[in-house]
Ligand binder design. Structure first.
Ligand code: LLP
Length: 416
């Protein structure tokens, strides 16, 4: 459930008319709903309330400081994959002590920074990474908390680009090698083995891959106990899908219900890393129709947002709902490809959409709160969009639209 609904003929974000936002801030603009973010975060927190747990929101989904701050105020932990994301968490009022550090390529500076901030745990993805963390920790005279990300080899049945738990993926350590790797970690004097981690993919719409992965990981935890390694927390990753079109993914409560029976007698703190399920339907992208262009083969609606603003349709052929901000009774319904101004055939936001629209109308691209702005770029030297957050009847500008000058502010021409 989200708080983007029509009131009469105008789309509203909570209690604010989206038309008002287009007038005040222009387009393209991302709009986030605070109430939706909070609702989704609490859905996870409540779902696991009868077990020790920490919801570590995956920052990569949407890293705007205002978004992180709203979640930090609810008590959220965070899942980060770079020093930049950790800096954002801290700038937004989040705690490093509630933050886990994932990712396959952590460099020495990032590890040092995270240790100095007292990161909650490193989710380690290879043996050389273990050695590097041990080394940096020794240099700082610290002990690094680590958990190994294991790859349970289950098929998440999602888009191949966002499936991460299969043998052929670059992520984690094959579960059959994990026991040996834990032994190596135990030998390293500046590491403290605290957890097991796994993340099998994103936009999962059934619980069974999560259940299969959990069973495998729990078996590993039992084997580790035999080896004298006590695991304190189990990080089950993120990946719960959302409704874009016709998916009916499990709710956080249903997801928890499927996993709970396996966890009841376990003295394990559960960490979760949801990103999309918290932010995805808490954001929309607003754009204006620049031109209607009929051709022999198609009708195009050329809009002022493009693949640089929202890459998901171009990169994953993902479908996101497109709605008029104001229902236009003067316009005839027709089938449009909604495309941006970028010089690429792949620059589309939606194809074959039945819409009653005219030049100058505003459109809302739904489910754009996760992997929207964070994957945006300046391709074609396009300043990135503004971001606003609605809170009840208030609208806050949470990121200014980039200026043209900012595009080349750090560039230099040769002096001779
Ligand atoms: N934890 C780890 C280690 C991850 O790699 C990811 C996402 C998450 C948590 C959060 O997953 P979520 O709950 O959001 O599914 N750009 C793609 C999604 C890439 C996901 C990468 N990893 C998209 O737009 O669909």
């Amino acid at each position: 459930m989200d708080y983007f609904q029509y009131q009469a003929d105008t789309l509203h974000a909570e209690n604010v008319s989206v038309t008002q936002i287009t007038q005040q801030y222009g387009t393209p603009t991302y709009v986030y709903s605070r109430a939706t973010l909070a609702r989704h975060w609490k859905a996870f927190d409540d779902a696991f309330s009868n077990h020790a747990h920490l919801v570590c929101y995956a920052v990569k989904a949407n890293s705007n400081l205002a978004v992180l701050n709203v979640l930090a105020r609810l008590g959220s932990g965070f899942d980060i994959v770079s020093a930049g994301e950790l800096a954002r968490v801290i700038a937004a009022g989040g705690e490093a002590a509630k933050t886990v550090f994932s990712g396959v390529g952590k460099n020495r500076e990032e590890i040092e920074y995270a240790l100095n901030q007292n990161i909650r745990c490193f989710n380690v993805e290879s043996i050389p990474e273990l050695a590097r963390i041990n080394d940096v920790a020794a240099m700082l005279n610290k002990v690094a908390p680590v958990s190994i990300r294991v790859n349970p080899d289950v098929d998440a049945q999602t888009h191949p680009y966002i499936s991460t738990g299969l043998k052929e993926n670059k992520f984690g350590i094959a579960i059959e090698d994990a026991r040996t790797v834990y032994q190596s970690a135990k030998q390293m004097s500046n590491l403290n083995v605290v957890g097991v981690d796994c993340h099998i993919g994103s936009q999962l719409t059934t619980v069974s891959p999560f259940v299969d992965a959990l069973k495998r990981v729990l078996t590993l935890i039992d084997e580790l106990a035999e080896d004298g390694i006590t695991i304190k927390h189990l990080d089950i990753g993120g990946g719960l899908g959302i409704h874009y079109r016709d998916e009916t993914p499990p709710t956080p409560a249903e997801y928890a219900e499927a996993l709970q029976p396996l966890l009841t007698d376990r003295d394990l703190e559960i960490l979760l890393e949801p990103g999309r399920a918290i932010a995805g339907n808490a954001g929309i992208l607003l754009t204006q129709v620049e031109f209607i262009k009929p051709t022999e083969a198609k009708q195009f609606a050329i809009v002022d947002a493009a693949m640089n603003d929202l890459l998901r349709p171009a990169l994953y052929q993902s479908w996101q709902e497109i709605q008029p901000v104001m229902l236009n009774s003067d316009a005839e319904e027709a089938t449009y490809d909604i495309v941006g101004p970028i010089c690429e055939t792949g620059d589309f936001l939606g194809k074959d959409r039945l819409l009653a629209i005219k030049q100058g109308d505003f459109l809302a691209i739904r489910s754009a709160g996760a992997y929207g702005f964070t994957m945006s770029s300046n391709y074609n030297s396009r300043p990135r969009a503004a971001e606003v957050m609605v809170d009840g009847d208030q609208v806050h500008l949470v990121r200014e639209r980039e200026t043209i000058e900012s595009l080349y502010a750090g560039e230099h021409i040769l002096q001779a």
